[in-house]
Structure formats: structure tokens, C-alpha cells
Design a protein around this ligand. Structure first.
Ligand SMILES: [Mg+2]
Length: 182
């Protein structure tokens, strides 16, 4: 089963590890940046929407600063999930495509001894577009020198599935992946 594809790309949070981030506190931090800048925003928009919208108000850097601090702290306290065993037991090319910031992805992989098995990371600050857009996945394939048909993307969210579909990459849910390995 593990050699069905030449390259494997994993989502990070909820797939390989569980970041220990207080997401409500992160939203509060981000909303405080908006407030300090005097920008009115609907507080119920959701974190990732608030991050994306920040660019239009020239507060993206400040938003990234408060958010990445929370994510890095959460990465350092993260829990390793069962699928991580697939990463450190293969020599196949492994990529991680995440909506989290690059430093948090690196910190989480480092903490669980996975960093040296991961060839390529595309994170929130690696590229302008984010999942569920297909660009982050297409970018990581290009960096890995892989093609959509030879790659599988494994994730835990609808956004992951959509991104894979749009990029033309076979997708597998975490649970199905674990089942196929049993
Ligand atoms: Mg996830």
C-alpha cells in the first residue's frame, strides 16, 4: 500500500500532529490588531478569513506576528498523531502542506523527530494562496519534482480535500489512510 504513489504530501495539524493552540485566544489577539489599527471587522468571520483580510488593511504583518507566536508555542507543545509513524518509516519523498506558518510547521516536525524525513514544506507564509485553493499543493509538487498523478495528499479537513480535488491530486482522509495501513 505504501508504494502506490511516488510522493506523499501531508497536512500538518490534525494529520501528523495536533497543535496545542488556544484558537479562541488567537482570534482575540488578531481582533485586537484590527482594533488597534482602527479597522472595523465582523468578529465572527473566522481566523483564516481574518488573516487573509488583514492584507487589505496593511495589518497582515502584525496579524502574522501575533498568530505565529501562538502557533509556534502550540507546536512546541504539540501531540504526535498515529499517522506520523508513516513519515519516519519511509525513504519516499515527503512534503507537508499546511495553513500554519512555516516556523510552526518546522517546530512541530522538529519536536517529533520528523524534520529530517520531510523534504519540502509549503506553509501559510510560503505562498500567497492558501488551501482550499490548489496553488499550495501545485507549488509543493513543483518543488518536489512530483506530478499530481504520482502523488497522494493526506489531510483531515474539507479544505484539504477541496484543494486536492482542484489540483487534480488523489486525496486520502487521515482515517482511511490509517485503515489502509492496518
Ligand atoms: Mg488539518
Amino acid at each position: 500500500m505504501s508504494h502506490e504513489f511516488e510522493a506523499r504530501v501531508f497536512d500538518l495539524d490534525g494529520t501528523l500532529v495536533r497543535l496545542d493552540v488556544d484558537w479562541d485566544a488567537a482570534v482575540s489577539d488578531v481582533l485586537a490588531v484590527y482594533e488597534n489599527a482602527g479597522v472595523d471587522v465582523d468578529p465572527d468571520r473566522g481566523l483564516w478569513d481574518l488573516v487573509e483580510t488583514a492584507g487589505r488593511h496593511a495589518i497582515r504583518e502584525d496579524v502574522e506576528a501575533v498568530l505565529s507566536e501562538r502557533e509556534i508555542a502550540g507546536a512546541e507543545e504539540s501531540e504526535r498523531l498515529p499517522l506520523a509513524d508513516e513519515v519516519d518509516s519511509t525513504r519516499d519523498p515527503i512534503g507537508v502542506c499546511s495553513l500554519n506558518c512555516e516556523a510552526a510547521v518546522e517546530a512541530a516536525l522538529e519536536k517529533h523527530g520528523l524534520a529530517r524525513y520531510v523534504n519540502t514544506i509549503v506553509a501559510r507564509d510560503s505562498i500567497h494562496e492558501q488551501k482550499p485553493e490548489p496553488e499550495p499543493l501545485l507549488e509543493i509538487l513543483e518543488r518536489m519534482g512530483a506530478t499530481p498523478v504520482s502523488t497522494v495528499f493526506i489531510g483531515d479537513s474539507d479544505s484539504d480535500e477541496q484543494a486536492a480535488h482542484r489540483a487534480g491530486i488523489p486525496f486520502q482522509w487521515v482515517e482511511d489512510r490509517l485503515d489502509s495501513r492496518r
